[in-house]
Structure formats: structure tokens, C-alpha cells
Design a protein around this ligand. Structure first.
Ligand code: ADP
Ligand code: MG
Length: 760
């Protein structure tokens, strides 16, 4: 029996999924695999684990496991469910790569999908689980896809053993044919339960024109208009990245300051809207009201502007407007918006995945009385987290994604249009508690050109880590694996080739034509070294470095470097756009200080040749020496959250290494001394072994025919020149040979994480 508080009980009863409890539980009792579809916010993630718990699915012989593609969701959902059930986090727990609070008492375990994949490696039958729930399957994250493929085999195996495992796949969309209509995956089509979300209608307003690039400014103007003119209700803004989120937050806070004791505007909602309405009417200009297409949030079909007349409002003429409020705010172009107005406090909160959890949690609480909530978010608010009280959504229509070149692995962050499915998910956020409005900062014509759905992650990125893990599970013929959507063959071949080069797979006998070779390569078995590498929770290149570091007592250093390279983004960004002169000066000061520290961390002599990797090592060492405090990080340009993650990953890697070589006796030393000369030299060889195909040579003077080759490097893989990134400590040194962690394309092709290597 679960002892819930009356408030929680009341909130639960409002969730659409509660009405389906019996149907869902019957389906689960009678079928090994069940698919549940329901709009975001219908209660899938928080309630289904509770249904199972109450039905006795968690017991001494197995627990309930739930996977999430995002860390944010794993942590915050475990906390929410613990709270709803009035149970301790010892019982409802989470595990993400870097941390967790799982105990022997854990009955419900939230984890990232990558964590469960690692567990399958240790125990293929997942015998400690009675139920596995794969959440957010519609996101099609790479690990979620693979888990579904693996579980399609594990479930029947458990059945044969007489220890049945239930698999529940949950999705926010009805687009599940890739799972259900794939009979290599499930020979018997699993039942689909559709939860009728009580989604209120959302009116979608398109901009007439699509701003060319300043969508952030357009967001600002739109939020200002909503806040000034429209009745109460929270605003959710979708932007693409952390820097944008912060700068919009600052701008909005300046425009509508909120002080703690400021109760301007009154606490009564009704008065609020009367007041807002009055202001609105005063400021309203007479103009033609545009007709708006309506979207059906259940099937994503869009009625284009000139079709579906039954959905159109008749009041195209301003004078005939049936409603008193003109909710179509027009494209933002008003001049007066930037003026500060403290009579209309706006409670502005940022939300993105790297934000500290205690700050993330703020969005779930009611805003202070007399204020309006405005959450400025990245994609994390699209489906993983449901923010209460949102009535208006402002959607820039863009998303920032990492793109990889299939052959070279060169990656770039690009801001692109979202898919229609994503845009509709975003719009849906406005209709959770009452009818809402979504303002799209692009035209309906642009929307019609969006792709329908985003492609599954597995088809878009390199897969060597995945392939190594599959090989460690003795899945040799990876091409035969029941992928929900298989990755392209060239990506698979590139992964196998890299793993062979790293020694993780046994080299195939070279025979016959190219095609046969390729086929052979796609079924290479794992080598003993590969098995060791697979036990480390890092990319295969880095795992190779760890496996080589026994000699010269290099392990603690390699572990630190690998942790830093895995966590990425250790340093604060100093060239982000500042909103005030004060901030510009502040950033300048911080950068100067950082450059100084970078020199110190880079060390001297052979250490210096380790370049950026030595900087990472020095920075982590210095930070740990100072006790890894927030203060130290802020003063020295380090990202506190990254440093904490590095600390945890170092701990994990140390444990992993100790369990492979039981005599290593490693521990994480906060007072790690800098490496000796011999160690520094050896470390460079280790790095080269992991990044052997990432070598670049400086262009020689005689090859300098074209100015674009000035200070450029040539790599084996690319035709175009590559450059050392300006943030690198070797930016001015320009060593003849370098290895790099990765190439990122921005204005040019830039190498990041650069070390010098000696020519042979
Ligand atoms: P789904 O998984 O179907 O998207 P959820 O189970 O995540 O739905 O959410 C159900 C409800 O619980 C939503 O209305 C959401 O606002 C609420 N909720 C989720 N997390 C929290 C939290 N940390 N605090 C308050 N309410 C929450
Ligand atoms: Mg959910």
C-alpha cells in the first residue's frame, strides 16, 4: 500500500493515465511486451512505475527499471516519483553515468539508457529486473534503439527460463511503426495502448515573415507583447542553446523587473487579466486579423492556411472580430518594448540540460504571487519535462544539433529547423491545463518545408562505441541485428575499421574482392583487448589509452585525461555575446585570468608538448587540490558542473581499472603530482595510440601556394586545410605534427584537444 499525501492524490486523479490504470495493467499481465502512447504530460513516466509497484511487480526477486534518454529526466523523475509515493530515494532511486543513489532497498530504478546497456553486458538476462520500461522511445536515441533490439531477444529468453520479464515501451507519439511493423524485431505485434491525453486546443499563430537570423530578438519582442497584452498564464520559450537562453533571460528581466517584495499587479488572477485586458485594449492597433491554420496535436496533420475552411475563424474582418482579444500578435516589430516596466513583473527562469538540478527544479514550483512565469528553455522542455501552468509557447522553430560527417567523423554544431513533429510537440506544451496559444516565429510556408520527423540518432552519428559494446555481447554479425532502424552500412564499416585499427577486433583474413572484404569486416569477433576496452565506460579510443597505461605508473594521468576528454567543455566560454558593457568587461577580465592559468597548467618541457591535454590535466589537478569548489572554478574559468562530473568519472574509471587489473591498487589522489618527464613522454605515446588516425602535419613553406593554407595542417582524411583552434594552448606554437581529439567545423575546420607528436 502506498501512502500518498492528499495534494498528490488530487493531482494524480487529474492525469488522463489514471483512468487507464486497469486497461494498462491487464495488458501488461497478459502480454510480455506492451507499448503505451500518450501525449507529454499525460502521466506515463510518473504513473506507470507506480501502477506496477502497486500491482506487486517489485519484489524480492526483481525490481522495476525505467530508462530515459536524458540524464535530467532520470534524476528529476526519480525524485518526483519518490515524492508522490512518499518513499525514500533509497527505494525509488536513479543511476546516471556519473552518479546515482541506488541501494539494496531500491525497488524502482530510473537510469539513462546507456547505463542499462552496460548492465546487459554484465548480465545479459537482466535477472535483477522484473520489468523494464523504455521511456521516451519516440526520441529514438541511439541507446534506446539498441535496447529495444536487445530486449526483443531477452524477453523470450527469460520466458524460456520461466522467469518472465515484462517490457513496456512508452512513447509520446503514435509513430511506433518502426517498432511494431518490424517483424524481425517482434514476431508477434505487441498491443498498443493509447492514453487519451486531455489536451486542450492550442491555436497556432505563424509569423507572416520568417526572421532571417535574429530569432532571439524576435522571441524577446513576442514575449514582451504576450506579457503586456494577453491574460495571465505561463510562457514557455524554445531557443537553441545555453548562451541564447541566458541572454534572453537577462533581457526579459531587465524589461520586466521582478523584486522579491514586489506585489504590483495584485494577487488576484481575475484582476490581473482585467488590468491586462485594459492595457491591451489601449495599446491595440487596428489591423486585419490573420486567419490561422489549426493543428491536430494527435496526428500531426496540419491544415494549411488556405485549406480546411471549417477550422477557420469567420472573423477575418477586424470589425467583425467575435472575441475581444486579438491573440494574433502579429510579427514583433514594436519599438517601445525594451523600456523597463516594473509594474508588470515577469518571473523569468532558464532551463537547459547543463543547468544545476536545484535551478532546474524551480520551474516546477508556482511563480511568486503577482508575477507571470516565463521559462526560457532549450529542447529539454519539448518532451522530457512537463512544466505546469504554461498557456503560451513561443517557438523559434530551431534546434541545435551535432552533425557528423559519416566518413571523417568531423562534427559541427548546427542550428537547423526542427521537424514538424517536434514543432507540434512544442506547441502541445501550451495546452496542458487550459486552451493555449503557440506563436511560431516562422511562416506556415516554412513549416510545410520542415521534415516530418527527425531521423533516429543511430543513422546520424559514428557508432564505434555501440559496435564495441555489441561485439562484447558476442553479436558478431552486427548487420543482422534487429535494429528498429539500421545505421547506414558505411557508418558500420567505418566503426569496424576503427575498432580493428585499435586492436579491439580480430583482423579479418584479406581475401577476395572489396565487397567480400567488407562483409567479412562486418563480422569480426572481439579480441581480448577489446573485451577489456568494453568494460570501460568511455569511447573506444579512450578505452585503448586506458588499456595501455599500466607502464610507468601512467594510469592516474590517463584516467584524468580521458575523464576530461569524455566530459568535454571544461572551460567557460569567454567569447559569448555579452548583454551589457559591464559584462563585456567582466568577460575580458575572466579571459585574461584564464589565459594566465592555461599557461601555468600547460607545464614545462616535455609536459608542454602534451598541449591541451596537459592543460586538462593541470586544470583538474589544481581544481582537486583546491577541494573542487564552486569558487575555485568560477575564479579560474572552469565549469563547476564539468569538474564534478570529471571527479565522478575518475572515480568510476579507477574502479573499472582496478577490477580489470586487480594488482594495480589505484585510488583517486586529489593531490596528484604533475607527471615526470618520462611519464609525459610516455603519455604522448599513449595518446597517439588512441588517436592514431587523428594525426595532422603542418603545411610546409614550399606547399604554401594559397593563402588559405597559412598556418594550416593537412590530415589523411580531409582534402581541406585544418587549423589549431584559437582556444588551444598550442595555437601559436604550431608544432610540425599534432594529434587532435576532434575536428569541429565552425568558420573553418578546427582541431580541438591538440598535442604535439614527434616525427618518426
Ligand atoms: P509524461 O511522462 O506522460 O509526459 P509525466 O508523468 O512526466 O507525463 O507528468 C505528469 C504530470 O506530473 C505533469 O502534469 C507534470 O507537470 C507533473 N510533474 C512531473 N514532474 C513534476 C515535478 N517535479 N513537480 C511537480 N509536478 C511534476
Ligand atoms: Mg515522460
Amino acid at each position: 500500500p502506498v501512502d500518498r499525501s492528499p495534494e498528490i492524490q488530487e493531482a494524480r486523479l487529474k492525469l488522463p493515465i489514471l483512468a487507464e490504470e486497469q486497461v494498462i495493467m491487464e495488458a501488461i499481465n497478459e502480454n510480455p511486451i506492451v507499448i503505451i502512447c500518450g501525449e507529454t504530460g499525460s502521466g506515463k513516466t510518473t504513473q506507470v512505475p507506480q501502477f506496477l509497484y502497486e500491482a506487486g511487480y517489485a519484489s524480492s526477486n526483481g525490481i522495476i527499471g525505467i530508462t530515459e534518454p536524458r540524464r535530467v529526466a532520470a534524476v528529476s523523475m526519480s525524485q518526483r516519483v519518490a515524492k508522490e509515493m512518499n518513499l525514500s530515494h533509497r527505494v525509488v532511486s536513479y543511476q546516471i553515468r556519473y552518479e546515482g543513489n541506488v541501494t539494496d532497498e531500491t525497488q524502482i530504478k530510473f537510469m539513462t539508457d546507456g547505463v542499462l546497456l552496460k548492465e546487459i553486458q554484465k548480465d545479459f538476462l537482466l535477472s535483477k529486473y522484473k520489468v523494464i520500461i523504455i521511456d521516451e522511445a519516440h526520441e529514438r536515441s541511439m541507446y534506446t534503439d539498441i535496447l529495444i533490439g536487445l530486449l526483443s531477444r531477452i524477453v523470450p529468453l527469460r520466458q524460456k527460463k520461466g522467469l518472465p520479464l515484462k517490457l513496456i515501451i512508452m512513447s509520446a507519439t503514435l509513430r511506433v511503426e518502426d517498432f511494431t511493423d518490424n517483424n524481425r524485431l517482434f514476431s508477434v505485434k505487441p498491443p498498443i495502448i493509447q492514453v487519451d491525453a486531455r489536451q486542450f486546443p492550442v491555436t497556432v499563430h505563424f509569423n507572416k515573415k520568417t526572421p532571417l537570423d535574429d530569432y532571439s530578438g524576435e522571441c524577446f519582442r513576442k514575449v514582451c507583447k504576450i506579457h503586456r497584452m494577453l491574460p495571465s498564464g505561463g510562457i514557455l520559450v524554445f531557443l537553441t542553446g545555453q548562451a541564447e537562453v541566458h541572454s534572453l533571460c537577462r533581457r526579459l528581466r531587465k524589461a520586466f523587473p521582478y523584486q522579491k517584495n514586489n506585489t504590483a499587479g495584485g494577487e488576484d488572477d481575475k484582476e490581473d487579466s482585467v488590468e491586462e485586458m485594459r492595457k491591451f485594449k489601449k495599446s491595440r492597433k487596428r489591423r486585419k486579423v490573420m486567419t490561422l491554420p489549426k493543428i491536430d496535436l494527435n496526428n500531426y496533420s496540419v491544415v494549411p492556411v488556405d485549406e480546411g475552411d471549417e477550422d477557420r475563424d469567420a472573423d477575418t474582418d477586424d470589425d467583425a472580430a467575435g472575441s475581444d482579444i486579438d491573440l494574433d500578435l502579429g510579427d514583433g516589430d514594436s519599438e517601445e518594448d525594451e523600456k523597463s516596466d516594473s509594474s508588470l513583473p515577469l518571473y523569468v527562469l532558464p532551463l537547459y540540460s547543463l543547468l544545476a538540478p536545484e535551478k532546474q527544479a524551480k520551474v516546477f514550483r508556482a511563480p511568486p504571487p503577482g508575477t507571470r512565469l516565463c521559462v526560457v528553455a532549450t529542447n529539454v522542455a519539448e518532451t522530457s519535462l512537463t512544466i505546469p501552468g504554461i498557456k503560451y509557447v513561443v517557438d523559434c522553430g530551431k534546434v541545435k544539433k551535432r552533425f557528423y560527417d559519416k566518413i571523417t567523423g568531423v562534427s559541427s554544431f548546427r542550428v537547423t529547423w526542427v521537424s514538424q513533429a517536434s514543432a507540434n510537440q512544442r506547441a502541445g506544451r501550451a495546452g496542458r491545463t487550459e486552451p493555449g496559444h503557440c506563436y511560431r516565429l516562422y511562416s506556415s510556408a516554412v513549416f510545410m518545408d520542415f521534415e516530418k520527423f527527425s531521423a533516429p540518432e543511430i543513422t546520424k552519428r559514428p557508432v564505434e562505441d555501440l559496435i564495441l559494446q555489441m561485439k562484447a555481447l558476442n553479436i558478431e554479425k552486427v548487420v543482422n541485428f534487429p535494429f528498429p532502424t539500421p545505421p547506414p552500412t558505411e557508418t558500420l564499416a567505418a566503426a569496424e575499421e576503427l575498432l580493428i585499427a585499435l586492436g579491439a577486433l580480430k583482423e579479418p583474413p584479406v581475401t577476395g574482392r572489396l565487397k567480400q572484404q567488407l562483409a567479412a569486416k562486418l563480422s569480426c569477433p572481439i579480441s581480448p583487448l577489446g573485451r577489456i576496452m568494453a568494460t570501460f565506460p568511455v569511447a573506444p579510443r579512450y578505452a585503448k589509452m586506458l588499456a595501455l597505461s599500466r607502464q610507468h605508473n601512467c594510469l592516474p594521468y590517463t584516467i584524468t585525461i580521458v575523464s576530461a576528454m569524455t566530459v568535454r567543455e571544461l572551460f567557460e566560454e569567454f567569447d559569448r555575446p555579452a548583454v551589457s558593457e559591464e559584462e563585456t568587461a567582466q568577460l575580458k577580465g575572466k579571459r585574461a585570468r584564464f589565459l594566465q592559468m592555461q599557461k601555468i597548467w600547460a607545464g614545462q618541457g616535455p609536459m608542454q608538448k602534451l598541449g591541451d591535454l596537459m592543460v586538462m590535466l593541470g586544470a583538474v589537478g589544481a581544481c582537486e587540490f583546491a577541494g573542487c569548489t564552486r569558487k575555485f572554478c568560477e575564479e579560474n574559468g572552469l565549469r563547476y558542473k564539468a569538474m564534478l562530473e570529471i571527479r565522478r568519472l575518475r572515480g568510476q574509471l579507477t574502479t573499472a581499472v582496478n577490477s580489470v587489473c586487480t594488482d594495480a591498487g589505484l585510488y583517486v589522489d586529489p593531490k596528484m603530482k604533475p607527471p615526470t618527464e618520462a611519464q609525459a613522454t610516455y603519455l604522448r605515446q599513449i595518446v597517439l595510440a588512441g588517436l592514431g588516425d587523428h594525426v595532422a602535419r603542418r603545411i610546409q613553406a614550399e606547399e604554401l601556394l594559397d593563402d588559405k593554407w597559412k598556418n594550416a595542417y593537412k590530415t589523411a582524411l580531409l582534402e581541406d586545410p585544418v587549423f589549431i583552434h584559437p582556444s588551444s594552448v598550442l595555437f601559436k606554437e604550431l608544432p610540425e605534427f599534432v594529434v587532435y581529439q576532434e575536428i569541429v567545423e565552425t568558420t573553418k575546420l578546427y582541431m580541438k584537444g591538440v598535442s604535439a607528436v614527434e616525427p618518426e
